[in-house]
Each structure stands twice: as C-alpha cells, then as structure tokens.
Design a binder for this molecule. Structure first.
Ligand code: PLP
Length: 455
C-alpha cells in the first residue's frame, strides 16, 4: 500500500496509533481504509470490493448496510440521546433490552448488567464474583480459572483472564490471580494416540486436580468461550462442557460462559452453551448484540448470583460499580432493533442452514499441502496452516504463512484474519449460499497462490 502525502493515508500514519498493529510496520505500509459497506461486503478507498468474512471483528451479524439500525439510532438520539441508570434511574431502551435478553438466554438467567465492551463486561464479572464472595463472608474465594488461548479482553483484569502471550508480554499481565488450564483443542493438545474421550477426561481431571490443589475455597470462577474464537477457533472436545459444569457445581465455583463471539446464532444455536449442553451462572455477550453498530455488552446472571450481589448492596448501601455509558439508550435501541432483525429474518437459522455448505467447503482444504487442520461449527471456522501435517510442525516465524494467506485473500477480495497460524472465518449471519460459494472460491485462489509462494 502506498503512502500518499496530504491524504488520509498520510494523516493516519502521522497521527493514529492502531490497536493490534506493529506500529513501525504501519509507518511503512500505511492503512487499508474502508469507506463503505453493502450487505456482507465492504469497499476500500480505491473502490475495491471485499467480502467481509470476519464480520468486522466477529461481530456484524446483519451486514454493513442495515438502515433499520441507523433509523433506530436516529430516532433514539432525537427522543433521549443519553441517560444513565445509576441510582434507580432508568429508560425504556435498557429496560426493554434487559427483558429481551432474559427471555432469549437460557432458563434461569434473569438479570442483566450493561457495559460498553466485552473487556469491561469480563472485568465486571470478576468484580461481581469478588463482591459477592466478600458479601457471603468468604473473602478468600477470589481466584479465576481460564484456559490457554482463551480470549476475554484486554483490560488489566480481563486481559489477565485471556491466555494469549501477546496480550501478556510486556504488559505485566496476569495481574490478578488466574490459573490457565490446557486449551481444549484435541488436534493440537491431545497426546499421541489419545482418544477424544480420553483427552476430555484428562482435561477434566486437570481441572479438578487444580481446584483441589489450590483449594476450592479460593476459587471464585471458571471462565471460557464455548467455542474459542480469537485464540484460533477451537471447538471443544466431546463431553467437555457438561464435565466442566459438573465440577464447577460440585465445588461452588461460578461458571462463566463468555459468549461475546458465540452469542446470537454464531454456532448454529442461539448461544454456544446451548450448543454444548450446559447452563452457566453468568453469560457474557456483546458484538452481535448490536452487530457492533454501537458499542454494548451485557452480562446476564442467574438468581443465585443476583441475590448474593443484591444482598451485599443492601449491606453496603450501593453497588459501587458502573460506567457512564452502561446501558446507553442509543446502543440499547440499536441492540433491540438488531435482535428484532435477527429474529424476523431467522438469521440464527440461516447460520444453521448454511453450516454444512460452509464447513464442508472449508474442510475440502484439509488436504491442502499448507494446511494442518480445518475446524469450526455453524458460521465460525479456522484453517490452521502447518509446515508438516503429520508432525503438526508450525511454519517459522510463527504466523508467517497465515499472515501471507490473509494478504493473498485480501488481493482476491476476501477479508479474513489470522490468529498466529490459523486463518479465521466468521462471516455476517446474513450471508447467502452465493456468498459462501464466493468466500470458498476466493479462499481457494488465495491458497493456490500461497502454495506457489511457498515453493
Ligand atoms: N470476550 C471474547 C470472547 C472476545 O472475543 C472479545 C473480543 O474479541 C472480548 C471478550 C473483548 O471484547 P472487547 O473487544 O469488546 O473488549
């Protein structure tokens, strides 16, 4: 990409600090400026068209041109552009959205707390767990269990739950007591000759052994994404989640389903916990909640969690936590309209219907010489590049091949993203059969070019 003086490119290079970016490389390369969207497609400032096969950041369910969301935002801005919900204040959009989320989420999850982002939501979950355990007179019950390669955000506490090296290195994280357990990824983490069932049993034993070694009275919660997303799209091994739920219940450990990516149909079921047969105490959602047209996240908790928190607020006089933007009326109005569109157009059903075409189409690349494993469920998938499939040896330096593939995909008009060696797919829920066919065709051309490049 060229630097163009006196242009947006030059200004970006001069003044912007980009998240998740090698800033020195950016000074050379400059930005890819996206100027508009149309359905599942976006266009750059040169007019080039791309299928957005990561839905922005795993988030734009209804596509990039839904005027109903623009109208919902405008109407709310005219009526009541801002109000908060501190100290008994309330407004209709947040009341209605909380009611809707209690209705949509699994039985037993009834109370909603809003934040602006998934990271803030997971920070809030940690604080809720600490607050309620202090209230219950068990101040030592504070530690969290998470998994290597889990992604739960980047703030100091949520970033501590995240189990990825680049989110920790030189940020002095983890900064709260967290133990990261083995990634539930059969292909990468199973021992030689270990069956999937035996792998699950080993992970559950690791979980229980860890709880017993640390002391159940010190562990507040277990957090995990039903399907791991930003760590490389890993679906859980058979029986994993019901097993985790059983162990958490046995030791009175709060089970937190981080459904920031999974929620609202991504896996083919409304929520990932339903797909994998467990009910959490706390469910965290964001992203597809508003299709990311507005920043919003929601924590939905069961009565046990709510009552313990509520009792402590009665003792202390308040819940001393909340953001200026918690339950922002414009974000909530957009969320309500977005969920209405998802339901009216059966977009969750669309994900389930397109799953075979999408997943089978990608699995055809499992034999490609650069590919180690193809995995996924619903409309989320990962294609892991490996130098040698038999030995699962990665390319060096780490991520180099997947980064190349992503660049070649962009040349072909396909936006995907790599997480280390895995190329991730997570297209908008509105995609059609034609869109899926086009995603597969463009990816195929990029993979052919990658093979030529690797020779
Ligand atoms: N949890 C999960 C599972 C996520 O995928 C993400 C973001 O990708 C987050 C939390 C953090 O959300 P945010 O980027 O809104 O802080």
């Amino acid at each position: 990409m060229n630097q163009r003086p006196n242009s947006l490119h030059a200004s970006d290079i001069a003044h912007s600090m980009h998240p998740y970016t090698n800033m020195r490389a950016h000074e050379e390369k400059g930005p890819m400026i996206i100027t508009r969207g149309d359905g599942a497609r976006v266009f750059d400032d040169q007019g080039k068209e791309y299928i957005e096969a990561l839905a922005g950041l795993w988030s734009v369910a209804v596509g990039f041109s839904e005027t109903r969301l623009a109208d919902a935002a405008y109407e709310q801005l005219k009526k009541l552009p801002y109000y908060h919900s501190f100290a008994h204040k309330a407004h209709e959009p947040s009341i209605r959205l909380a009611e809707k989320l209690a209705e949509m989420t699994p039985e037993g999850l009834n109370r909603v707390f809003f934040t602006n982002s998934g990271s803030e939501a997971n920070d809030t979950v940690i604080k809720m767990a600490w607050f309620l355990n202090n209230g219950l007179g068990r101040p030592e019950k504070k530690k969290f269990l998470a998994r290597n390669k889990g992604y739960h955000g980047i703030t100091i506490a949520s970033g501590s739950l995240t189990g990825l090296p680049s989110n920790h290195k030189d940020f002095d994280l983890p900064a709260i007591p967290v133990t990261h357990l083995t990634t539930p990824h059969y292909w990468r983490c199973a021992n030689e000759g270990e069956s999937e069932v035996a792998f699950t049993a080993r992970l559950l034993k690791e979980l229980e052994d860890t709880i017993l070694a640390e002391g159940p009275e010190t562990i507040a919660g277990f957090i995990g994404e039903p399907v791991m997303g930003a760590g490389g799209v890993m679906t859980p091994p058979v029986g994993y989640w019901p097993g985790v739920a059983e162990i958490c219940a046995k030791y009175d450990i709060l089970l937190v389903a981080d459904e920031v990516i999974n929620g609202f149909g991504r896996t083919g079921a409304p929520f990932g916990c339903q797909k994998y047969g467990f009910t959490p105490d706390i469910l965290v959602t964001s992203k597809q909640l508003t299709s990311s047209y507005m920043p919003l996240a929601a924590i939905v908790v069961n009565d046990k969690v709510y009552n313990a928190i509520a009792d402590n607020t009665a003792k202390l006089g308040t819940f001393g936590h909340g953001f200026t933007g918690s339950g922002h009326p414009v974000a909530c109005a957009v969320g309500l309209e977005n969920l209405a569109i998802i339901e009216e157009n059966d977009l969750m059903g669309n994900a389930a219907r397109l799953e075979p075409m999408f997943q089978d189409g990608l699995r055809k690349f499992a034999d490609h010489p650069l590919v180690g494993e193809v995995r996924g469920v619903g409309l989320i998938a990962g294609v892991e590049m490996t130098k040698d499939r038999a030995t699962k040896t990665a390319f060096e330096p780490a991520g180099a091949m997947a980064t190349k593939v992503v660049a070649l995909c962009a040349e072909e008009g396909l936006i995907v993203r790599n997480v280390y060696e895995t190329v991730a797919f997570c297209p908008p829920l509105i995609v059609t059969e034609d869109d899926v066919a086009e995603i597969l065709a463009r990816f195929g051309r990029a993979m052919d070019k990658a093979l030529d490049w690797a020779k």
